[in-house]
Design a protein around this ligand. Sequence first.
Ligand SMILES: Cc1cc2nc3c(=O)[nH]c(=O)nc-3n(C[C@H](O)[C@H](O)[C@H](O)COP(=O)(O)OP(=O)(O)OC[C@H]3O[C@@H](n4cnc5c(N)ncnc54)[C@H](O)[C@@H]3O)c2cc1C
Ligand code: SF4
Length: 351
Amino acid sequence: MKRFDYVRPATVTEAVAAAAQPGAVYLAAGTNLLDLMKGNVSRPDRLVDVTHLDGLDRIETLADGSLRIGALVSNADLAHDAEFARSYPAVAEALLSGASAQLRNAATVGGNLLQRTRCAYFYDTASRCNKREPGSGCDARDGENRGHAVLGWSESCIATHPSDFCVPLAALDAAVEIEGRGGRREIAFDDLHRLPGDTPERDTVLEPGDLIVAVRLPPVARGFAAHARYLKVRERTSYAFAVVSAAAALRIEDGKIAEARLALGGVAAKPWRARGAEEVLRNVAPTADAFQEAARRALEGAKPSGDNAFKIELTRRIVMRALTLATAGTPARIPALPASPFAATSGALHV
Ligand SMILES: Cc1cc2nc3c(=O)[nH]c(=O)nc-3n(C[C@H](O)[C@H](O)[C@H](O)COP(=O)(O)OP(=O)(O)OC[C@H]3O[C@@H](n4cnc5c(N)ncnc54)[C@H](O)[C@@H]3O)c2cc1C
Ligand code: SF4
């Protein structure tokens, strides 16, 4: 096993300084990072344990009405916060559809955003993988690639981003607060994750030493609470990553969609915001025809990267289904169960 340093800084400033040196990585709950280290996929020289930093475990409403979620809040604590689930039901639904109860109790907000792909070749050090070993090749291209990307992929890498939580965050225009060597800055959530291009080893725009301190949801995101769903298709009902997923949120006024938000999961190296589909849905009645056209726009440019052409049709149907469920209304008790794509739309009553 590779030897590494372990440090536990007391402040955010100390953490950023400790992580700025090459080979250093942050350790949160470790549910992804430690697996990668045990498999020799990740070989850091230094672990900077952030779990004891003060003030990063709070959920707070700011003066402007936005919600600030500290990077160390656990996935479970966030999803089970009643006020949070009422205001951002699709986000709660996404969190509860991810991983298992034990994992959600440990996994943090910051770690969920930065978890690595689940491409099997990335985890197998005997395989060629440009993300793990830049320039080595990509064994997924001619291998087992049913689960791989249909949007935004490149010849270098066809992996997908595995997070559920990130999908509604992208739809609702979240922002990410980062503390780095140059101080505090903020980026739009949609700008955090990168498409692979020629540098698939870089999942995000973060620089060495950058620490995610919080995620913020803007006040307008609450305006979608009455008609918001996260729908995930997976290969078994207990814990499993998404084959594809969709977060759909609508603001319906006088029988028409005043504003729509849509993002897709399991289709690309980043949560995929479907802005073209959102435009199609503006100021129209929520009908099957409108949803069909929105689904078509959402998948514009999609192409299989191997044996996964089925994902394009599946995603089209999940988009239509998510929009239909969102129109019917957010269930009064959210989420009663992780959303099933087969659940009846009747009974979805938002009070
Ligand atoms: C069996 C299993 C099933 C799973 N199923 C799902 C699923 O269905 N859906 C889903 O979304 N996820 C799923 N997950 C993934 C799980 O959600 C992630 O492992 C978890 O969210 C990571 O959080 P963590 O705190 O443990 O991060 P860690 O493992 O500690 O860190 C992950 C990465 O984030 C970096 N990091 C952590 N915190 C910060 C920070 N504040 N700033 C900068 N960098 C940071 C670390 O350096 C590391 O690179 C599953 C995991 C397992 C093991
Ligand atoms: S798809 Fe990406 S992560 Fe998977 S083997 Fe290819 S380069 Fe590696």
